[in-house]
Design a protein around this ligand. Structure first.
Ligand SMILES: Cc1cc2nc3c(=O)[nH]c(=O)nc-3n(C[C@H](O)[C@H](O)[C@H](O)COP(=O)(O)O)c2cc1C
Length: 375
């Protein structure tokens, strides 16, 4: 399964794991894959602590960091030290409070409310170009970081230059071949072609259609990874057949015991089907594929207030989400997941998943070889 991107980044397997959870990153990386830590929801100080911990556990193996660099966002929210919670209009707060009160979801105890709000505000502040720059500055200090990936837009020239000077590979997610061309021109070397099936911010083109289009658009010199809907080894074989050099998975790791989710949250995921993963703007202000619930659907109803720009909608939504999780309300629970959530059946471990993916990949390749032999 070793492909050129493994040489480029120094990993053994072209299995890339996106996760916000450092334990997942460490386990995937130790198993020969390449873990990429989602940094967009933490403050620079928290990121520093997470990367130190990862460095201490991966025994010198390479890993990556992912930041969100949106092209459209609330400009006021970008100012460092800005009190972001202050920028959320009262009418929007009243809408969410009214909804949760009608559903009987209690407020968080005051100390917990303040702690959660501070965490969310500090983290969401990273979802602007300058916020992302502050996170990249932290990543640059860690020798284990071999790739920095940007989502929602190509990295700006100063970020590209800083990463190049340190010999760190530059990656970016794309949902259209046109994005890939712009990213290649901006200096991106690893392009993650992410289909609409994926969890998180997604476009509208399916992985099966997108990957070969992006491979063709990028031409030689750029490694393309396939993302969106991949949880089986046979899909890795398919992705490589489409011209990708590897796969990039997100939803798969949510079902592992190493993931950041609480057991209650994982249970909701195990009961979900592919069609429960819908694209909504309620979570961040931009289309995110996420689990359908009364909360995700609230902004779709007539009379709902306008969705706020990034990162303000994310602050509003995540404060509500924290109350839902504390109250363990399955009917209101929503989290970013891809359509492959339907294939998660019960708790596993990262190590077991890495072994399963490789075994299934070999079976798939053997099956294809036997078809050719039998012809
Ligand atoms: C819970 C969750 C959060 C995500 N957050 C981000 C993010 O912050 N930055 C990013 O580049 N991608 C994010 N993604 C998308 C992943 O990077 C990846 O492209 C996607 O999960 C692949 O599709 P899959 O979910 O079908 O495996 C997220 C995905 C999930 C499931």
């Amino acid at each position: 399964m070793r492909t050129p991107v493994c040489e480029r980044l120094g990993c053994e397997l072209p299995i890339f794991a996106f996760s916000h959870c450092r334990d997942v990153i460490v386990e995937v990386t130790k198993a020969g894959g390449f873990g990429v830590l989602g940094a967009s929801t933490v403050s620079p100080a928290q990121l520093e602590a997470e990367l130190r911990w990862i460095d201490d556990h991966v025994h010198g193996r390479p890993y990556g960091v992912d930041v969100i660099i949106p092209t459209t966002y609330d400009r006021e929210a970008e100012r460092e030290g800005e009190d972001l919670a202050r920028l959320i209009p009262q009418a929007q707060r009243d809408f969410v409070d009214g909804l949760l009160a009608a559903e009987g979801v209690p407020q968080l105890p005051e100390d917990e409310r303040l702690r959660v709000q501070q965490e969310i505000v500090q983290g969401r502040g990273g979802m602007t170009p300058d916020g992302a720059r502050r996170l990249v500055q932290v990543a640059l200090q860690h020798l284990g970081v071999r790739m920095v990936v940007s989502a929602l837009g190509a990295p700006p020239p100063d970020v590209v230059q800083a990463l190049r000077e340190r010999g760190i590979a530059i990656g970016a997610l794309c949902g259209k071949p046109q994005h890939a061309i712009r990213q290649r021109e901006a200096g991106v070397e690893v392009i993650i072609a992410q289909g609409t099936e994926a969890g998180g911010h997604t476009g509208e083109i399916a992985t099966m259609v997108l990957v070969p289009e992006v491979v063709r658009a990028c031409g030689p010199g750029v490694a393309v990874l396939a993302a969106g809907g991949i949880t089986q080894g046979s899909q890795i074989a398919a992705a490589l057949a489409l011209g990708a050099e590897g796969v990039w998975c997100g939803t798969l790791w949510l079902g592992t015991r190493e993931s950041e989710l609480e057991p209650f949250e994982r249970e909701v995921l195990f009961g979900a089907r592919a069609e429960d993963a819908v694209r909504r703007r309620a979570r961040t202000g931009k289309p995110v594929r996420m689990l359908k619930s009364k909360l995700s659907e609230a902004w779709e109803q007539p009379g709902a207030p306008a969705i706020l720009p990034t990162p303000l909608q994310g602050i509003l939504y995540n404060e509500a989400h924290a109350r839902v999780v504390r109250a363990q309300r399955k009917d209101l629970y929503s989290f970013p997941v891809g359509q492959s959530v339907g294939s998660l059946e019960g708790e596993t471990s990262v190590k077991d998943e890495m072994v399963r993916l490789q075994t299934e990949y070999l079976d798939a390749v053997e099956r294809l070889a036997s078809i050719n032999r039998d012809l």
